[in-house]
Design a protein around this ligand. Sequence first.
Ligand code: HEM
Length: 761
Amino acid sequence: QTNTCSFHMSGALPAGGDHLGGAFGQSPTLDSWYPQRLRVELLHRNGVDADPLGADFDYAAAFATIDLTTLKSDIKRLLTTSVDWWPADYGNYGPQMIRMAWHAAGTYRIADGRGGAGAAMQRFAPIGSWWDNANTDKSRRLLQPIKHQYGNALSWADLMVLTGNCSLELMGLPTYGFGGGRLDAWEPDDGTWWGPEVWNPHAVASPDEMVSRDERWHGQNGDAGYDLQSPLAASHQALIYVNPEGPYSNGDPLGSARDIRITFTRMAMNDEETVALIAGGHAFGKSHGQVPASDIGPSPEKAPIESMGLGWHNPVGTGSAEHTSTNGIEGSWTPNPTQWDNAYLENLFAYDYEQTKSPAGALQWTPTDSEAPKTPDAHVPGQMYPLMMMTSDIALKVDPEYRAICERFLADFDLFTLAFSKAWYKLTHRDMGPKHRYLGPEVTIADDLLWQDPLPDAAGSSLDEADVAALKEAVLATGLSVSDLVYTAFSAVSTYRDSDKRGGANGARLALSPQKDWPVNRRTVPVIDALRNVQAAFTATSGGREVSLADLIVLAGSAAVEQAARAAGSDASVPFTPGRVDTTQELTDIEMFEWLRPIADGFRNFVSERFEEFAPGVAPEAAFLDKANLFTLTAPEWTVLHAGLRVLGSNWDGSDVGVLTDHVGALTTDFLVNLTDTDLIWTKDDETAMTFTGRVQATGEARWRASRNDLVFGSNAQLRSIADAYAGSDGQERFVRAFIRVWSKVMMLDRYDVKGHKRYG
Ligand code: HEM
């Protein structure tokens, strides 16, 4: 059924007078004609202009007005109050809400930190219209009364996760805790790369779609080296994780286990957490497969306007209750799907299973033993069915490592219960970043967990103005160059990514493994040694006051920026907010920090030798845009930060590539002036087109060298316009002020201990 409105495609709109034409924003537009263009405008998505709550809205203050106990009992009451337009299975919406919350969180991917429950992106396409999110639109719509009752004191993102928790508690699982503090996004994200596409897993029979699926992968399932492209985490684009019917819908449980291990590892879960989550989640609810996918209406984003944002219209019967069709598989895993118990694992291991088909035609498994327990219909009293398992459930039984974990959980229900509640807590909080961001009375239930990248509490009294001045002087007296100091401070913050709020200077992890061992940070090692001497001297003479290495690294960089501004004739000062702490190696999960290792960092003119292997077909400047986005930079901020770092000599290898100035260490506009110099002709140094030489046109004299990350500020029309704004005769002072602003912003990116819960500023 394709009842998509024909107006969308026709383009017939009175555009003035009696001329007919297309509407604003209607395809074809810029991207249709120039699909390879660098979409710099993506940096300005989800800004204050799109936010109905405005720049001053303080979510922490609003959330604090909620009584969490009352809110939770309101949610639990809603969960057991069935409504006619979407009757609750077994009289309890809990299972479908757990699936909604799990799907919200399960988009998280460790490689770039994007996805996750943090901004309620399930409300928007593409995620909300993915095949795998079928009928999660109903779950969110069911929650609307609570959302309206609590208004903006409760974000959609918090509501969805909290409802998952309430559902688990209602059905008997003691949860591990809840932290609020998720800020909703207000528009879809059209920048994240979700990889090549197969929209409907039931349709992979088509050879074209098989190719499309395989483009996400290196090799075929079962091959050595079989792996997902980075940064993807799901086996298919429109899925949260794997095809429940097995790879290529082939019903192969071992192949399914391979996909599960890869996709859940990319979600930052180990084997034990993976088993706990799948076995724990499928203790509840059922799968819905009464009607073939081909008969189901379009997803919310494609549905007709009168559907009011709901999709997947089911034309059979009431289209809901006993007629519901969601994924296509039909049945329940346990006889009591609204009770936390160990029946999922007990039944998985007690019986042999054989393949069968659902009414919708999907491949699933049923016990060979007709005496196996039966499961009740979710709506029709007295109607009983055989147990159901998916290929991805049988996977837990056939994979040796997963099986061993299942056997431990089978033998010890308390162990399983704790493992599931901890894994659920991690799943739903993984993308929130430092614990400073968690709000509400249930946060204290949970202790420090390694995946939270813990920071110890600040010790000692805070630095005062005199300390800061003395430390700046001491740093500059070491003889370390402006370049080295700036490079080191920038390297400390460079791991930050706003996607999951990980990384940054706080904790001084730059001085710990694995960061201290990365080639891109080699230049920082002697600087950190020298700064430790400054730190020791300060401690010895300060009368009990201490400066953390993390603060000192940032302060040293800021002192160097002030020095650079002075060298360019400006007396500007750089704001400094002390309070960073030093963490320890024990509190640093090396494997999880390895995911923050850059394969490219344009700011430091670094492109890994393995860049092409890791990011085939991606231009370094596209990776640079990605980085600017993870830093939350606007296009002017990106331009100014890069231009400043270049004239301050901040290349990872100390080379002169992109250092378009004769006065390294002075905060001038030279980079932008020389980049836009019309007397220069740029040519690529070799066929890789990674470095370039700028020659004076008249004489042929080689004047500068630059990388793609440098030239993009002169070649891209939007960035070049910004370059013009600073390269002109009135640009210098504006440039210095703008650089100091963006430098301070970047140094504060991870300071959630002082930033609070305002979205902007
Ligand atoms: C339901 C697949 C992991 C919780 C389902 C459904 C499918 C599925 C196909 C049926 C949807 C429908 O037709 O209504 C998978 C696969 C997984 C996985 C392939 C990983 C390999 C998880 C996890 C959780 C979870 C980690 C939670 C921790 C649930 C719940 C339901 C469900 C509660 C029942 C929903 C309802 O009753 O409406 N799953 N799932 N699943 N899943 Fe999973």
